[in-house]
Design a protein around this ligand. Structure first.
Ligand code: MN
Length: 231
């Protein structure tokens, strides 16, 4: 097959302990999955079905990268998140089978143009401009589930310039990893290479050029992102 121009390379992430990389297909994100964060966003933390948005696979930024401060925002936010990497696809995956579909886990940061997201939310418009912009998905190397096990509890923290801004525990997820996999796969068939960003705890806030933002998840390690000058 030939193409009229070179196709973009497959977005991918390193895998700890492997030379081969994890090819990324899609990035699903869970909205409001910690009660205290739902409250800080002005919403009731209840067990209404979760909702989702997506980011393009090529929004990925690796660990220790610099992300330029993005255009058209004056309120650029961090969001510490556990990322689930799907290794085996499927549809209508039962909760009891869900963890067998997980290749591994990673530390992520759901970078958000909060002003654009909230404007879209208020007007009933799509969230893409607030969530799915260029370089909006810093994600560290994937750790294989066969090495680190499955994560249902453990500290998730975020600091900016050494000051702790988010400090929670994965056990506080309203919808846990098996539930999220089961719910997504009932609607869209999951495929190998899909990533799921599972939502952020309370304490979201703004980043500025020059900031160093570090997300740490117990058992997975760190993700460091430096914010550069305005793009
Ligand atoms: Mn998020």
């Amino acid at each position: 097959m030939t193409f009229v121009f070179d196709p973009m390379p497959t977005p991918s992430l390193p895998v700890a302990g492997e030379d081969a990389r994890f090819p990324v297909r899609r990035i699903f994100c869970v909205g409001r999955n910690y009660a205290a964060h739902a409250r800080e966003m002005g919403k009731d933390p209840d067990r209404d079905p979760p909702f989702f948005f997506t980011k393009p696979a090529d929004a990925i930024v690796e660990d220790k990268a610099t992300v330029p401060y993005p255009p058209e925002t004056a309120n650029f936010h961090y969001e510490a998140e556990l990322v689930v990497a799907i290794g085996t696809g499927g549809d209508n995956i039962a909760q009891g089978d869900a963890l067998a579909h997980v290749y591994g886990y990673a530390v992520g940061n759901d970078l958000t143009r909060r002003d654009l997201q909230l404007e879209a939310r208020e007007k009933g418009r799509p969230w893409d401009w607030g969530k799915a912009f260029d370089r909006s998905a810093p994600i560290a190397a994937i750790r294989k589930a066969s090495d680190v096990g499955h994560l249902s509890k453990g500290s998730i923290k975020l600091s900016v310039n050494g000051e702790v801004k988010q400090d929670a525990d994965l056990s506080e997820l309203i919808w846990d990893v098996p539930e999220v996999i089961s719910i997504i796969s009932a609607s869209i068939e999951l495929k190998p290479g899909d990533l799921i960003m599972t939502g952020t705890p309370a304490g979201v806030g703004a980043l500025a050029p020059g900031d160093i933002c570090i997300v740490t998840i117990e058992g997975l390690g760190d993700l460091t992102t430096t914010i550069g000058p305005k793009a």
